[in-house]
Design a protein around this ligand. Structure first.
Ligand code: NAP
Length: 307
């Protein structure tokens, strides 16, 4: 067993927008908080070149937004540690957050572990991320005004992305590996009526090509076995999201996809443990909703501690 730290009022697991907002609200309520983050403070938004949909901020880079949040939280007194959390133990009044080498005793816990976008795993996908490869149409779509782009995926996110992009882009190719969409029929019908949207079905992306930014895709038609090039300057990958909550499945209930079961009140199946942001079951996963959850969860945690 590792060292035992001081007792925190709120232990926050995950240093993305939800977690850092929770810390800001916790500290401002006079609570001692710690944010435990395994990789990058800021989370998903750090990879967005420009955020233009956060109310009150017309334009800011994702990394600057994250730095500001971190700065705000730490100036208010939130502690931060860079460690991978391996589990949570409930010891009645105290919950113990376990990492590889340490333990953090907390009166309440907020899970703000976010999600990661599933990647295609094709050549050049990582290298061209932020240079034509995007996992967020609502964040980056505006940069492709008047251009030809592709959306990859067949779920509701891909369909919504294609519809959103069709308002700005000259042409939107919707590439799906099967010939039937998984997402909502009503959006499929609307897309069928759009002149600048073309379905590319039973097709997979083999490779993304581009020197400094995306220039074209190499596609494979699964029915004919034919390989061909598609010229696009952007590719929006919407092939599902993966939550990272395996370490907590013994303490909180998850849904079939691994999201933490919690409603708008951020209350989980376990008293004293709250879930905020993309890691919980919800419809809209945006920066604004993550921030809102951070506030809701922190205030719920403050109430729990006082009971
Ligand atoms: P999703 O429903 O899991 O769909 C992922 C899509 O990506 C599927 O069509 C899947 O193909 C495809 N895919 C997965 N791995 C792939 C790979 N390696 N290569 C190529 N294609 C791949 O994900 P989502 O669209 O992000 O939606 C997630 C959840 O949020 C769903 O429950 C959805 O209903 C919900 N959602 C709701 C709304 C709404 O407004 N109500 C909006 C967005 C999302 P297959 O179909 O062949 O498996």
């Amino acid at each position: 067993m590792g060292n035992t730290e001081n007792i925190y009022d709120i232990g926050i697991i995950g240093g993305g927008t939800a977690g850092m907002t929770a810390a800001i609200y916790g500290q401002r309520a006079g609570k001692k908080t710690v944010i435990i983050e395994g990789s990058t403070f800021g989370g998903q938004i750090t990879s967005s070149p420009n955020v233009e949909n956060y109310p009150g901020i017309a334009s800011v880079s994702g990394s600057e937004f994250s730095m500001n949040l971190l700065d705000q939280a730490t100036k208010l007194g939130a502690e931060t540690v860079m460690e991978e959390v391996t589990g949570i133990r409930d010891e009645g009044k105290l919950k113990v957050i376990e990492t590889a080498g340490k333990e953090y005793q907390c009166r309440s816990v907020i899970l703000a572990t976010g999600v990661t976008h599933r990647h295609l795993g094709v050549p050049n996908e990582e290298r061209l991320t932020g240079a034509g490869v995007s996992y967020c149409a609502t964040c980056d779509g505006m940069f492709f005004r008047g251009r030809d782009v592709a959306v990859v995926g067949g779920g509701s996110t891909a369909l919504q992305d294609a519809e959103f992009l069709s308002n700005y882009c000259r042409k939107v190719y919707l590439i799906h590996r099967r010939d039937e969409f998984r997402g909502e029929d009503s959006i499929v019908k609307r897309l069928e009526g759009k002149e600048n949207v073309e379905f590319v079905l039973s097709t997979t992306v083999k490779e993304i090509i581009g020197k400094t930014s995306v220039e074209r895709l190499i596609l494979n038609n699964k029915k004919t076995g034919k390989e061909y090039k598609l010229e696009v300057s952007g590719v929006f990958i919407a092939v599902g999201q993966i939550p990272r909550n395996e370490a907590f499945e013994d303490v909180v209930k998850l849904d079939g996809s691994g999201f933490i079961l919690a409603a708008e009140d951020c209350v989980t199946s376990h008293p004293g443990i709250f879930a905020a942001g993309d890691c919980r079951t919800k419809e809209v996963r945006q920066l604004t909703t993550a921030a809102a959850d951070g506030a809701v969860a922190a205030l719920a945690a403050c109430k729990y501690i006082a009971e």
